[in-house]
Design a protein around this ligand. Structure first.
Ligand code: C5P
Length: 299
């Protein structure tokens, strides 16, 4: 039996997040344009007597190491489907901001699934893995495939998108995470009594991605969850302003937040905006990254 399998998985930013009204099942229909960015977690699966999780790296002390961790649930679901005992030690090397709106937990779940599938030689097809991903969470299928994709339904129904160039980003990590369900609840509260439209993919976003045009993408970025995230965390406005004043092409909350994302022209602009954000004292760690990035990959 091979000693261990390590899988690298990227973070994501939403370049469009159009949110519809709450559905009877509590989820919201989305038009969610995911773009994978080159910040990565690594998941290592090693044979063990029982399922065990350890973690190190950025924010590792904030994640659960029991069976509530989505990576553990991924291993259990795959094992159950294939009649295997989930005897595996999963080690999560964290670099994606925890509870930050960049799909770190989803990345770990997708990584655990691919690592365990490889370790156990389940022979699970891509379709089966995507199916399990969708059962685990709305963002997990995208963590597996990476690149860029339009997510519909609750975000799990993916259509791959073409990206015609490299986009440069700066991410400002906020101190303390935001709970995704809480942000959606706040969205419901803020939109109560208003006419919430059915979400539709933005042609401007798709065209800008395809042409690799950062200025066009900057003009087209939208996030319907941003007012909710700002309502729960008003201090994020100062971070957004600091990045805009420093010359970012656009500033927005990443997914449900509280990480803020700044699209910039080139690597030099990324360094300038990152330095200004750090100096502003309005956020925690500041990271730079490029997109697109490939999905979950066995190293
Ligand atoms: O799918 P996932 O487990 O990541 O979703 C976490 C929570 O976020 C859900 O329980 C729900 O409250 C909210 N959500 C939603 N609509 C979506 C995706 C997530 O309301 N499309």
């Amino acid at each position: 039996m091979s000693a261990s399998v390590t899988v690298r998985v990227p973070a994501k930013v939403n370049v469009q997040l159009a949110v519809g009204a709450a559905r009877p099942d509590g989820f919201h229909d989305l038009a969610n344009v995911f773009l994978a960015v080159g910040l990565y977690d690594e998941v290592t699966a090693t044979p063990a007597d029982t399922l065990r999780i350890t973690a190190d790296g950025r924010g590792a002390d904030q994640i659960p190491l029991d069976r509530t961790n989505l990576a553990a649930r991924a291993a259990e679901l795959l094992a159950a489907r294939h009649g295997i005992a989930p005897g595996v030690h999963l080690h999560l090397a964290k670099d994606i901001p925890v509870a930050g709106g960049m799909a770190g937990g989803s990345a770990d779940a997708a990584g655990a699934l691919l690592a365990c599938g490889t370790l156990w030689s389940t022979g699970a097809s891509r379709e089966e893995l995507l199916d399990i991903c969708a059962e685990l969470g709305s963002d997990v299928p995208f963590s597996l495939v990476g690149g860029a994709a339009l997510g519909q339904g609750r975000g799990e129904l993916l259509t791959p998108l073409t990206v015609g160039g490299t986009f440069h980003w700066v991410f400002a990590v906020a101190d303390g995470g935001l709970s995704t369900p809480a942000v959606y609840r706040e969205f419901d509260r803020l939109t109560q009594g208003t006419d919430v439209h059915a979400p539709e993919a933005s042609a401007a976003v798709l065209t800008a991605l395809e042409s690799g045009d950062a200025t066009a993408l900057a003009g087209a970025l939208t996030n319907d969850l941003q007012p909710a995230a700002l309502s729960l965390r008003p201090s994020l406005t100062a971070t957004l302003d600091a990045g805009t004043e420093a010359g970012a092409l656009a500033a927005l909350v990443s997914g449900s937040g509280p990480t803020t994302a700044f699209l910039v022209k080139d690597p030099e602009a990324a360094q300038r905006v990152a330095a200004a954000l750090t100096a502003s004292g309005t956020c925690g760690a500041v990271r730079t990254a490029v997109s697109p990035a490939v999905g979950a990959t066995v190293l």
